[in-house]
Design a protein around this ligand. Structure first.
Ligand SMILES: [Zn+2]
Length: 218
């Protein structure tokens, strides 16, 4: 899942308007931002299946980034660190939930390859990726709902705040569609390097948010 995660981050702004969109994107995508790093460090592993267009990647081993238990742990770490700096319980909770949401949303689309905990764990996944059109509908809906929720609490502070937001939204959609049609990477190592570009969306999230203001909802 790609767009759905970003949709969740956008929508979360409504419940914790003090959180920057950059921080929210960092939280919802933490698992997928850390995963390529751990691939490069040979801590987590993925196998390539060029003959299987629906599931070209077999996630054989990714307990640190994609187990339920670690999702909870990472969520707690994010929430705690935020609380220590800002002393804002509600925003800290929302941030923690955002981190955990990644696993829950991945659960919907992945095949049963998501472990519950590191080690010898059962693996779960509802496999929505078996139905690409339905997946697109679910992800698109999540994204649009999140975008609309975000717009209810955030208004542009200046012209940059307006166009940068729509630029980011466009790039997210393009990124999602390009991901569907992009050629198979040659190796897990190549995926590890290529996937680093996702940080741009976190950085852009901070940039967009700096040029927008939070409004109180009636
Ligand atoms: Zn993921």
């Amino acid at each position: 899942m790609v767009l759905g995660h970003y949709g969740f981050g956008l929508g979360a702004k409504k419940f914790a308007p003090r959180l920057s969109l950059g921080t929210l994107f960092l939280a919802v995508q933490w698992a997928d931002l850390l995963w390529p790093v751990l691939l490069l460090l040979n801590v987590e592993h993925v196998e390539l299946r060029p003959g299987n267009p629906k599931f070209p990647l077999e996630f054989t081993d990714y307990p640190v980034t994609h187990s339920l238990l670690m999702g909870i742990v990472w969520g707690a770490v994010f929430g705690l660190v935020y609380w220590l700096f800002k002393k804002d319980v509600k925003s800290a909770l929302v941030l923690g939930i955002c981190v955990l949401s990644h696993w829950v949303l991945d659960l919907v689309v992945h095949r049963p390859d998501l472990p519950l905990f590191p080690g010898d764990s059962p693996k779960v996944g509802l496999g929505l990726w078996n139905w690409p059109l339905l997946t697109a509908l679910v992800e698109g809906t999540l994204f649009v709902i999140g975008l609309l929720l975000y717009l209810r609490v955030s208004k542009p502070r200046n012209t940059t705040g307006k166009w940068s937001f729509w630029l980011l939204m466009t790039l997210l959609v393009v990124n999602h569609v390009a991901g569907l049609f992009s050629p198979m990477p040659p190796s897990a190592h190549a995926i590890g390097w290529a996937a680093q570009y996702q940080w741009i969306f976190v950085i852009m999230g901070y940039w967009v948010d700096r040029n927008r203001i939070t409004v109180t909802v009636q």
